[in-house]
Ligand binder design. Structure first.
Ligand code: HXC
Length: 257
């Protein structure tokens, strides 16, 4: 049996996915994307899912990009099909109804950065390196980078990165809002444990609605987005979580979601 390209570890509904192609610094080829999509299909069917963490195998790289060897000889049509496969897979990761967090443990370049951008937030080890170096290969980002990067860090910084192809370190990534936290690689494990406990304990309906309000609202004008928020806020009162959460507060106990 061939080795798995995506390792899956489940801790009480918080699932850690590890992209495992360390000899190619976890570069994304169509086999990795296919396996990731199969895993996502399984995750979408679960109602006990509380969070997804995604990382790369080894201590050197999160994902060093789309696989350059696989791409070199593609025709435009084949390149389009490859980009579409990746966009579809990344979108499915992005729209999981739970927080999706990138644990960026090293190189996070090209398609790797685009994968991290589709996560709700990202935490980086202090040796992480980010960039959209596609222009240095004679192409542009094709896994969503020209669209998600400006939405995350603003158009000027996105244009700086996608037109120069320059790499930035973890602290610059933090400063521009590409990642939320930076920590020594040795502390990532502790963070995962703490975060997993937190995600496993929160009410899934409220978390799902909060995520949907932010994501869907970002694509709408302010008034429509505020109306969406109101709908999702009111919807929260239809389920059991709101009664339990508010009762627990008033009774000075921990909620049991
Ligand atoms: C295929 C890759 C790869 C990639 C690294 N490798 N990145 N293979 N695709 N994206 C392979 C190398 O060929 C090498 O294989 C092995 O991984 C180790 O890499 P080295 O270069 O020897 O390591 P190092 O000197 O430490 O340099 C690390 C690095 C460099 C700075 C990350 O590998 C690098 O620049 N990689 C390419 C980064 C990049 O341009 N990414 C964007 C890709 S385009 P061997 O067999 O020699 O040991 C992209 C487009 C997305 O993502 C949209 C498409 C539609």
């Amino acid at each position: 049996m061939s080795e798995k390209l995506i390792e899956v570890v489940d801790t009480a509904g918080v699932v850690r996915l590890t992209i495992s192609r360390p000899k190619a610094l976890n570069a994304l080829n169509s086999a990795v994307l296919g396996e990731l999509e199969t895993v996502l299909t399984e995750l979408e069917a679960r109602n006990d899912l509380r969070g997804v963490l995604i990382t790369g195998a080894g201590e050197k790289s999160f994902v060093a990009g789309a696989d350059i060897a696989e791409m070199r000889d593609k025709t435009p049509e084949e390149a389009r099909a490859f980009a579409r496969q990746a966009l579809r897979t990344i979108k499915r990761l992005e729209t999981l109804p739970v927080p999706v967090v990138a644990l960026v443990n090293g190189f996070c370049l090209g398609g790797g950065c685009e994968l991290a951008l589709a996560c709700d937030w990202a935490v980086a080890s202090d040796n992480a390196v980010f960039g959209q170096p596609e222009v240095l290969l004679g192409v542009i980002p094709g896994f969503g980078g020209t669209q998600r990067l400006p939405r995350r860090v603003g158009p000027a910084m996105a244009l700086d990165l996608v037109t120069t192809g320059r790499k930035i370190d973890a602290n610059e990534a933090l400063r521009i809002g590409l990642v939320n936290r930076v920590m020594p690689q040795a502390e990532l494990e502790g963070y995962v444990e703490e975060l997993s406990k937190q995600l496993a304990g929160n009410g899934p309906e409220a978390v799902r609605n909060a995520k949907q309000a932010v994501h869907d609202g970002m694509d709408q004008d302010l008034d429509s987005a505020l109306a969406l928020e109101t709908s999702l806020f009111a919807l929260g009162f239809a389920g059991g979580e709101q009664k339990e959460g508010m009762s627990a507060f008033l009774e000075k106990r921990k909620p049991n979601f």
